[in-house]
Design a protein around this ligand. Structure first.
Ligand SMILES: Nc1ncnc2c1ncn2[C@@H]1O[C@H](COP(=O)(O)OP(=O)(O)OP(=O)(O)O)[C@@H](O)[C@H]1O
Length: 247
């Protein structure tokens, strides 16, 4: 197994506010890691540090064994940001084509993948409408489809399942597991414990610090509870007791 993302002891502050405190993380080939935590806990900041979109104050971020930021690595990964960066005057298909061409897929393969990813996110019926007319949920689904297009070695998905119904969530997870079985490393952020349960590894972030990590089963066993919400609550209480609630 190869290490795809390696984050060591990173710290990041915005002014006096410390958004990330001594965070470590590793994702290997074929592994799915869920970064879970409440709003403001630092998930997107960590993702942006991994993408090289912001520099950290200390610690290191390596992707494909190279120090980030490194623009040359960007075509080896699929990224779905929290804010959808799509062209509203283009149709869904035209957006997929545009971003797909940047990944270097052949024309035939791109055409085939557009049909496949549109099916995964259930947008087949809407591909020829301008994305300016899409709902928020449809835009999220199109962004996810774009990230999946090239079956990249690494997928980084910031809240891919927000606003998605249970049936579609299941379909998306089938595709994520399929890609992982082909060797894709996947890092996703989520608020949703169901997503964490689908993942191989879970890292719980609270107030910018790691409060728990492990497989879903390990986390529940270690904390003597039967669900991940309860793990989060127990681990949060431990964090408060060691920091006096000032973490
Ligand atoms: N550019 C910035 N300048 C100042 N503060 C920032 C900046 N980016 C993030 N923060 C702060 O850092 C903290 C963590 O933000 P972040 O977006 O990483 O949280 P999150 O866990 O992704 O939240 P959400 O689930 O709501 O997206 C928040 O308090 C946020 O206000």
């Amino acid at each position: 197994m190869t290490t795809i993302i390696e984050v060591k002891r990173i710290e990041k502050s915005f002014g006096k506010f410390q958004a990330l405190k001594d965070v470590d993380l590793q994702v290997d080939t074929g592994e799915i890691l869920a970064l879970i935590g409440p709003s403001g806990s630092g998930k997107s900041t960590l993702v942006k540090a991994i993408m090289g979109m912001l520099t950290v104050d200390s610690g290191s971020v390596r992707v494909f064994a190279q120090t980030m930021p490194n623009r040359n690595l960007l075509n080896r990964l699929g990224y779905m940001a929290q804010n959808d960066a799509l062209y509203p005057t283009l149709t869904g298909r035209e957006n997929l084509n545009f971003f797909g061409e940047l990944t270097g897929l052949t024309k035939d393969r791109l055409k085939q993948r557009i049909e496949e990813v549109a099916t995964v996110v259930k947008l087949n019926q809407h591909l020829d409408k301008k994305t300016g007319s899409y709902s928020g949920g449809m835009l999220r689904r199109l962004s996810l489809a774009i990230a999946l297009l090239a079956e990249p070695e690494l997928l980084i998905l910031d809240e891919p399942t927000v606003g998605i119904d249970p049936e579609l969530r299941q379909q998306i997870w089938l595709e994520l597991h399929r890609l992982a079985s082909l060797g894709t490393a996947i890092l996703l952020t989520t608020h949703v414990m169901e997503d964490a349960l689908e993942s191989d590894q879970v890292l719980m972030l609270r107030n910018g610090a790691t409060i728990s990590r492990g497989t879903p089963t390990e986390l529940m066993t270690r904390n003597h509870v039967d669900n991940l919400d309860a793990v989060f609550i127990v681990a949060g209480q431990v964090q408060d007791s060691t920091t006096g609630g000032l973490a």
